[in-house]
Design a binder for this molecule. Structure first.
Ligand code: SD4
Length: 338
């Protein structure tokens, strides 16, 4: 007869076997040879210019953290880009409020959210990481910290962005459009948040994410981009992930952390991004038909992949072979907006 003692013994044996195989599996996934070549990848096609700036650092053997910060500053400074940094579209009340976060190979991270008047939130996020015991500063506190650190406050709302906001005010409809909230003059779409992931010559991974958030959002609204684990996550043993699109759905599913954890379990970067999208779809099957979310990931070996809810998401890849590669992301729904 199978008595209680045998049962306890058998179940604790199978439990420890399961634990053993789980940890052996995790170790096997972790044992991946680190990439021996630097590489940087970014969301959307405007990631090309950011990657090229990051590449200047990576090519010289510099640190991935410096590379992603330098890269992210490019769209932040670009007056033609209305979804990141200076000239970003404002919120419903006319304030340009910026969100950003950064994470290094040691798991250090810093972020700012809802910050006004400071053009380079990614650099402020880095200082939050390096100079404070905190991870996230918001609103006036973030602005005050930036000024204390020597950043000059400036008006971020450009005449062009103000014009777009005033036009939006006429109808006052808050309806995020797939793949971009921001249509540029001439009908050209100007894509969203930049999320960047880089591996340097030492095989170390860092990431950065910066945005002005959803155009014409409610004042005070913060999306996924400055939230560690949602808009960005890096684990130097496994890989990194970042996201773009409607941040609420990414936060709900702790998207970037999920992608990294799936890679830890052995998923390829693309399959991990795909599974994260499927989780979002499963939770809100109706909502997701109207909104875009895209994930981008890289593993420790330097393999990368992406997946989005809808067609139209692209990402940029830069390494020693090619510095301006743009790749269309795989997707779930065929719907495309531009
Ligand atoms: C947000 N994920 O604020 C960001 C912005 C973005 O499409 O990517 N918009 O939710």
């Amino acid at each position: 007869m199978y008595n209680r003692r045998q049962f306890i013994k058998a179940s604790s044996l199978s439990a420890s076997l399961a634990a053993l195989s789980a940890s052996a599996f995790a170790k096997a996934a972790l044992k991946a040879e680190p990439a021996n070549h630097p590489i940087v990848i970014s969301t959307w096609d405007f990631g090309v210019a950011a990657n090229q700036e990051a590449w200047k650092i990576l090519a010289k053997g510099g640190r991935s953290l410096d590379a992603v910060e330098a890269g992210a500053r490019i769209p932040e400074a670009d007056l033609k880009n209305h979804s990141v940094g200076r000239a970003g579209y404002p919120d419903r009340d006319g304030h340009v409020t910026l969100d950003a976060c950064i994470m290094d190979e040691q798991g250090n991270c810093g972020a700012v959210a809802g910050m006004e008047d400071i053009a380079h939130p990614i650099s402020v996020a880095r200082l939050v990481m390096e100079k404070t015991p905190h991870v996230l500063l918001v609103g006036d506190g973030a602005r005050q910290f930036a000024i204390e650190q020597g950043f000059k406050p400036e008006k971020l709302l450009t005449p062009e962005s103000e014009k777009a906001w005033k036009k939006w005010l006429v109808k006052h409809e808050y309806k995020p459009v797939m793949n971009s909230e921001n249509q540029m003059p001439g009908g050209k779409f100007n894509h969203d948040t930049i999320g960047m992931l880089a591996i340097d010559a030492r095989g170390n991974l860092s990431g950065a994410c910066t945005t002005s958030g959803m155009a014409f959002k409610l004042h005070g609204r913060v999306g996924d981009s400055p939230i560690i684990g949602a808009g960005l996550y890096v684990d130097n043993e496994v890989g990194g992930a970042t996201s773009t699109g409607v941040g609420e759905e990414v936060i709900r599913n702790v998207g970037s952390f999920l992608v990294v954890e799936l890679m830890r379990q052995g998923y390829s970067p693309q399959d991990a991004c795909k599974e994260a999208c499927h989780r979002i779809i499963k939770r809100k099957p109706d909502t997701v038909k109207e909104i875009q979310v895209g994930f981008l990931a890289i593993n420790k070996k330097g393999e990368y992949g992406a997946y989005a809810l809808h067609k139209g998401f692209t990402f940029a890849v830069c390494d020693s072979k090619k510095q301006d590669l743009i790749i269309p992301g795989q997707y779930f729904y065929e719907t495309v907006k531009d």
